[in-house]
Design a protein around this ligand. Sequence first.
Ligand code: SF4
Length: 683
Amino acid sequence: KYYRKWETNRVRTTCPHCGTGCQMDLIIKGNKLVGVEPADGAANKNLLCVKGRFASYKFVGAKDRLTDPLIKRNGVFEKATWEEALDLITKKFTGIKENYGADALAGFSCSRATNEDNYVFQKMVRTVFGTNNVDNCARVCHSASVHGLAHTLGSGAMTNPIEDITTDVDMILLVGSNPTEAHPVIGAQIRQAIQKGTKIVVVDPRKIDLVKDSDIHLQIQAGTNVAFANGMMHVIIKDNLMDQQFIENKTEGYEALKQMVADYTPEKVAEICHINPDDLRQAARMYAKAEKAPIIYCLGVTEHSTGTEGVMSMSNLAMLVGKIGKSGCGVNPLRGQNNVQGACDMGCMPYDFPGYQKVNQPKVIEKFEQAWGVSLSRNKGMTSTQVLPAAAEGKVKGIYIFGEDPIVTDPDTGHVRAALENLDFLVVQELFMTETAAYADVVLPGISYAEKNGTFTNTERRVQRVRKAVEPMGQAREDYEVFCDVMTRMGYLSQYDSADEIMDEIASLVPSFGGINYARLEEGGLQWPCPTADSPGTYIMHVGQFTRGKGLFMAIPYKEAKELPDETYPYLMSTGRMLYHYNTRAMTGRTEGINQIANRSYIEINYQDAEKLGIKEGDKVKVSSRRGEIETYAAVGDRVFPNEVFMTFHFPDGNVNEITNAVFDDIAIIPEYKVCAVDICPV
Ligand code: SF4
């Protein structure tokens, strides 16, 4: 528990939890992590939250880490050598490819692993599996941002850095984002800004903590973001508060947008969103008139069947008032996982090679064929949310899952189970025996961030070093070496001596990473685009000109969520994060102190509904939907409106994804985690 300073060493690295990318020092005694201390990083300025400070090291040395390859024989996992496990993987995947074609294989990469691991993983899927069926869990969180921002602005990433949108800004428009819990260090910086006079408008179905500090809370019903944005734009245009010069010189598509939002009067929007029309007017005027006003948003915008449209609506709003390409402004998605930005940047998506170079463009395919020395698939790849139904139908036969746990994280768990059970062969590479790993034919031990060198890219496009502090446990090896072994056994000779050699290959193929190398990263992180060795990186995107040339307004009418409350399922349920835990709790759930504070699931329910149903604080309740039912505990109060409820997705008891709805946005194929209809009753 305790250590003497002179007995320890320190290694500077990047927090493995959320996308803020806080810098911290791991404290090492022998080959053991004994603590974490904050460091002065560009994004965190010596701050760490409870997850970074206390839940970033104990899981690394946890007793239940996977330490050996495991092969399932007669339904039971048995220890195996790397030779045995890799031979079996090669035999099975090669057999599936020969018998059913390359597109019967798929790979899900890991948004918590390094850029280097992710780059080699997608290279393995594309070169030896021979398919574009590769994805990462951005699919179920921010794929709508990648598609929506790339379409309207030309680049699917945060436009401005964290310090720029939390320092000396006049107001913040916070939409569907709960940073004090999901990105606590950004939440703290927003709070500091508010204390210095920054105004804040919170647009959220719940009374999140920042509502206490807000000037206006638009407590919109979940699933009505597009209507809210159209209403804001209606007021701005009616009051002549738009930036006409910016619109004329830098954008296209404005007339169609103007005509479309003419219908969205504050009264009409108030009815759709369940808000006060005067609050909407006031918020629109405040945002338009402020000199420096960033939009900050998160999964409350993206995780809808209209997620991409919600993101494009955020671009519409910012462009309408000329708040793009300027300090203290922009459209800023807070990415959830430590390297979900990087997993997308590295091409772990079916439509893109590394650097968002499109797989449907012949010149791009030829470029990668030449660089990698193989012929590559011209077929359209499937997203992870398309691969699972295809597996249930028997079209996909083999999946390699690296560091993901879709049984817990994907909506409607029943359909994920059916898909995995129907596979001919499943490989899972993981730190722990997760719910998904239990379904695998072969489980390979992965290594944690503290046992490897590499880089993560945080939410503000900043590529930062991850440094090895301790040796891997047992027989576990570098993740990218395992992928190289699979590639070599499947006929494509592949080897890297170190992670920085992989980064050099990335830089040679990805123009926006052209100037990034480990020597430069020793001096601190670099924000892409960083095209040349003398580029300082890009602090603010779209300055002078949009990445796509002109910013594109999209006229988007409001559409209802795909499942709304009715007589049988009368409550609208939304899901999200809590402060103490991170995603499936695979990491935070192995820290005793954290579990003492937060160790079970709960459902937030309005006290009026609780009284009607005879439910008291802490009571056990049953929550059911068309997909199934779970049991959890009531948290009664006024954080949610009557007829609405909220659950976190961290806990295996009462796994909320047993009952969420597996319906998708048509563009990004992102699930609608934020809206489904449920019923509640006391147990
Ligand atoms: Fe880690 Fe995010 Fe907390 Fe920073 S804010 S310490 S990156 S979990």
